[in-house]
Design a protein around this ligand. Structure first.
Ligand code: KG4
Ligand code: ZN
Length: 337
């Protein structure tokens, strides 16, 4: 029997989860609303919030899993990528916790966690998992990548953004419209009432399977600037159409290379992961494309799309089975591929 505790603190969510033999027992997440006021994550505030949240979050995860901490086999924690001050809280906590119980630590790459979130099993739920090799579109606030997943531990990045991530495009454009942070979910909601073909924004020209979102953000900004010069109420009067058109553009950009990658690799097992995979428009578009192209599409449950420790614990479980533990002297890394 293996009981793994997962600890996630890479950005602005403090989370702890317990997984027993691959089955999720608890997954507690404390969000940080403090950043809303600033329109983006303030690293110093994020680490202070993690400090306050980490112990209650871990206690809740253990209690709601109905286990005793002495039963835990190993501590899996996010080593990176992420914000240094945020990572340090989780990593330092994991070190103290593991040493006090005299159990091993397992370092986790946050991005691998997002991908393996597809393998989280839950009691009385029958969810089908992607079969190896599968193609994963990983779209979050920090990353946009196309990855061939050959096995739990074997990944090949075949395309990625050369500048902003898709989530950043959502968040930055939302900020320009005066919408709260994080902008992705807000745009998603407003877009459902708007016309996706109302406005046209720049689509990037990038080689191969790579992505670029900085041009879209600039095109959106200049477009609004020109329209506001004619009509100061332009944003307010066109908010839902702006959101729908922007979301449509981001989805089309993401889909284009996904389709290309599926053709190039010949893989028809298609998964999507990361915070932006919560987007209803993207989920529908990939499901529709899947029907058209004969793909088997895997969309994560919404609770496993944005940052959570269940994905860290499941990755830890697979690494634990392979004895892939690390020393107590491990340090966080802000950049990892
Ligand atoms: O995976 P995540 O929680 O954190 C990172 O690892 O970056 O992703 C956060 C990102 C944010 O940019 C947020 O705006 C975006 O995911 N996001 C969404 C939606 N929900 C979260 N973007 C579009 N539509 C959504 N429904
Ligand atoms: Zn993430």
């Amino acid at each position: 029997m293996a009981i793994i505790i997962g600890i996630e603190s890479s950005c602005d969510d403090t989370s702890a989860a317990i997984i027993k033999d691959g089955v999720l027992l608890s997954n507690i997440i404390a969000n940080q609303s403090v950043h809303e006021f600033y329109g983006g994550v303030i690293p110093e505030l994020a680490s202070r919030e993690h400090q306050q949240n980490i112990i209650p979050v871990v206690s809740m995860a253990i209690n709601s899993a109905k286990i005793d901490k002495s039963q835990i086999s190993a501590v899996a924690f996010t080593r990176g990528p992420g914000l240094m001050g945020s990572l340090l809280v989780g990593v330092s906590f994991a070190k103290g916790f593991a040493q006090s119980l005299n159990i091993p630590m397992i370092e986790i790459n946050h991005l691998q966690g997002h991908i393996l979130a597809h393998f989280i099993a839950e009691k009385d739920k029958n969810i089908s998992h992607p079969k190896f090799p599968f193609l994963c579109l990983l779209v979050s606030g920090g990353h946009t990548q196309l990855i061939v997943v050959k096995d739990y531990m074997d990944f090949e990045i075949i395309g990625q953004t050369i500048d902003d991530a898709a989530g950043e495009a959502f968040d930055k454009c939302a900020k320009v419209m005066g919408l709260p942070y994080p902008g992705g979910p807000v745009i998603d909601k407003l877009a459902s009432e708007g016309n996706a073909r109302a406005f046209e924004f720049a689509r990037p020209i990038v080689g191969g399977l790579n992505y670029s979102f900085s041009g879209l953000k600039t095109s959106f900004l200049y477009f609004l600037r020109d329209r506001i010069a004619e009509n100061p109420n332009f944003i307010e009067e066109n908010k839902v159409d702006l959101c729908a058109s922007l979301q449509h553009t981001i989805i089309q950009i993401l889909l284009k290379n996904l389709i290309k990658a599926a053709k190039q690799t010949g893989i028809n097992e298609i998964a999507v992961s990361g915070g932006v995979s919560a987007n209803s428009g993207l989920r529908n578009a990939i499901a529709d494309e899947g029907k058209r192209c004969g793909w088997n599409v895997y969309l994560p449950q919404l609770k496993f799309t944005t940052d959570n420790a269940a994905m860290i614990a499941i990755t830890g479980y697979f690494k634990y089975l392979k004895n892939q533990t690390c020393g107590y002297d491990v340090v966080p890394i802000t950049r990892m591929i």
